[in-house]
Design a protein around this ligand. Structure first.
Ligand code: SF4
Length: 208
């Protein structure tokens, strides 16, 4: 399935949640969901009671859209999560959080996950000293993520760092503001993931 290229605010309106896909705009009163807090489309303002399956499907779509993951990749992550010991739903979220584009966003090196993905693709970051331009690269404890030396002077990167300077970095990451380097110091715990997701619904969906 191809990546969605339409208006991203429609995705938030569909899910009824802020997915924070547009950077700083999401924190202003220009937010599309704040302006039109109903689902897009002709019947968007009608009330609709979802079936159990509908609820599970919406939760999976919401998670996919938060992290910008395609359907097939998401199914692979679920398989990986299911094979690991522990709680499958938690495992799934930890895998999603470990994606390099998400880590870049969490460190404040991107204003949104979509922007972070693009910056990774443009080759602005290193992991353990080597350039990595794969947004789905999964980081692990001990990895050091840095902005490439040449990229530190880029106007784009400077503007991102200025914009995100007040962002709180989760405790499983350690950010050094002076060197613009982040280290993965722990596996994230469920409480570290501030997204309103009911992952057990996703597990139920895939367990049918
Ligand atoms: Fe979603 Fe951001 Fe658009 Fe608001 S501005 S609807 S949070 S993408």
């Amino acid at each position: 399935m191809a990546r969605y290229t339409g208006a991203v605010c429609r995705l938030c309106r569909r899910e009824g949640e802020k997915l924070f896909l547009k950077g700083e705009r999401c924190y202003t009163d220009k937010c599309g969901l704040q302006r039109r807090a109903y689902a897009p489309g002709q019947h968007g303002q009608g009330r609709k009671k979802l079936s159990e399956y509908g609820l599970q499907l919406r939760e999976k779509q919401k998670a996919r859209r938060y992290y910008g993951v395609l359907e097939s990749q998401f199914a692979k992550y679920f398989e990986m999560a299911n094979k690991k010991s522990g709680v499958t739903g938690d495992n799934l979220l930890f895998i999603l959080e470990s994606r390099l584009d998400n880590v870049i966003y969490r460190l404040g090196f991107g204003t949104s996950r979509p922007e972070s993905r693009q910056l990774v693709r443009h080759g602005h970051f290193t992991v353990n000293g080597k350039k990595v331009n794969i947004p789905s690269y999964l980081v692990k404890v001990g990895d050091v993520i840095a902005i490439k030396e040449e990229s530190k002077s880029s106007e784009k990167i400077k503007s991102v760092i200025e914009t995100t300077s007040s962002r709180v970095v989760p405790k499983w990451l350690d950010l050094d503001n002076n060197t613009l380097t982040g280290k993965v110091v722990a596996v994230p715990e469920r409480d570290d993931i501030d997204l309103p997701l009911e992952e057990h619904l996703i597990v139920e969906l895939y367990s049918k």
